[in-house]
Design a protein around this ligand. Structure first.
Ligand code: SF4
Length: 295
């Protein structure tokens, strides 16, 4: 079901620049996401179990973005905009609606740099606009040398295993398709990366799985890779925490106890787990000569 809603503002300004993605702003052309990944933090009572059933298109969003970016540009407040921080800007409806493409035209007009993280091959449609943004965007002073680019494109993976992908992100494009789109973007000269997140404890965060993702990222032209574990929110049956436990009951019942130990009373894996994952990732990044950050 597609709904429309009026919004007054579309551009979110962060209090502080994100140290991973380097963005100062975010915009979301849609609410909800047609890919409906089980672990998605967007799940919750607002959307229900199925994010794809409640896609909301923001009316007049392009005009509002035009006005808001014009104001920011006049004050010389340039910074990376993440296009799609709580949705995938290239999910299925974008093919008909084209709001993401409209946003890109406005971003190009006002010369802002853009960061896009997606699972979709539809981004190929917009490489013409992205090329122009890459060449003309005005970067904040401290980002002019490094990364020194107006466009950063990243592809998200929780696994490369088609069977596991079908269990937990069946609505999203297949991992292999994402890798091939990454290659095409990289071959077209874009600064590209991989978001290896969320990795699922004991399922896709093993040394073997981690190495497969990092090796593939390198092979398909990624300049960098982000690695992060799973976060789980909410106690409502429609929240990601409950949906992931349902997935475990269906496919990995032997892991339920371990997940209860990890996430019983918290949203995030422990600091020790995160440090250990980072260390393992760093060793493999060094082995495959791929950066663990954009800069
Ligand atoms: S593609 Fe991203 S935004 Fe969409 S459901 Fe999956 S995790 Fe959520």
């Amino acid at each position: 079901m597609i709904a429309y809603k009026e919004v007054k503002s579309i551009l979110n300004k962060h209090k502080k620049r994100d140290s991973w993605f380097l963005d100062d702003y975010s915009v979301n052309p849609y609410e909800g996401c047609g890919f409906n990944c089980t672990y998605c933090y967007v799940h919750g009572s607002k959307y229900g179990e199925n994010l794809a059933e409640k896609i909301v298109i923001k009316k007049d969003a392009a005009d509002i973005l035009d006005r808001q970016l014009n104001n920011r540009a006049r004050k010389d407040e340039f910074g990376f905009i993440t296009l799609g921080s709580a949705t995938d800007a290239y999910m299925q409806v974008e093919e008909q609606i084209g709001l993401t493409r409209e946003f890109l035209k406005i971003i190009l007009k006002h010369r802002f740099p853009v960061f896009i993280s997606t699972k979709s091959a539809l981004i190929k449609r917009d490489l013409d606009l992205l090329k122009q943004i890459d060449e003309t965007a005005i970067l904040p002073e401290d980002l002019k040398q490094n990364p020194g680019r107006g466009v950063i494109i990243s592809f998200s993976f929780s696994t490369l295993d088609e069977k596991i992908a079908n269990q937990i992100e069946a609505g999203a494009p297949a991992p292999q398709e994402r890798l091939e789109t990454l290659k095409l973007c990289s071959d077209n000269g874009f600064l590209c990366g991989v978001n290896a997140m969320p990795l699922l404890p004991f399922i896709t965060d093993t040394d073997e799985e981690l190495e497969k993702i990092i090796a593939a990222a390198k092979q398909y032209g990624a300049n960098f890779i982000f690695i992060a574990g799973l976060t789980l929110f909410g106690n409502d049956e429609r929240d990601s925490k409950q949906l992931v436990f349902k997935f475990l009951r269906n496919h990995y019942p032997h892991l339920i106890e371990k997940y209860e130990e990890m996430y019983g009373s918290v949203h995030y894996p422990s600091w020790q787990y995160q440090q250990q994952l980072k260390r393992r990732g760093d060793v493999l990044c060094e082995k495959y000569e791929i950066k663990n950050s954009i800069r």
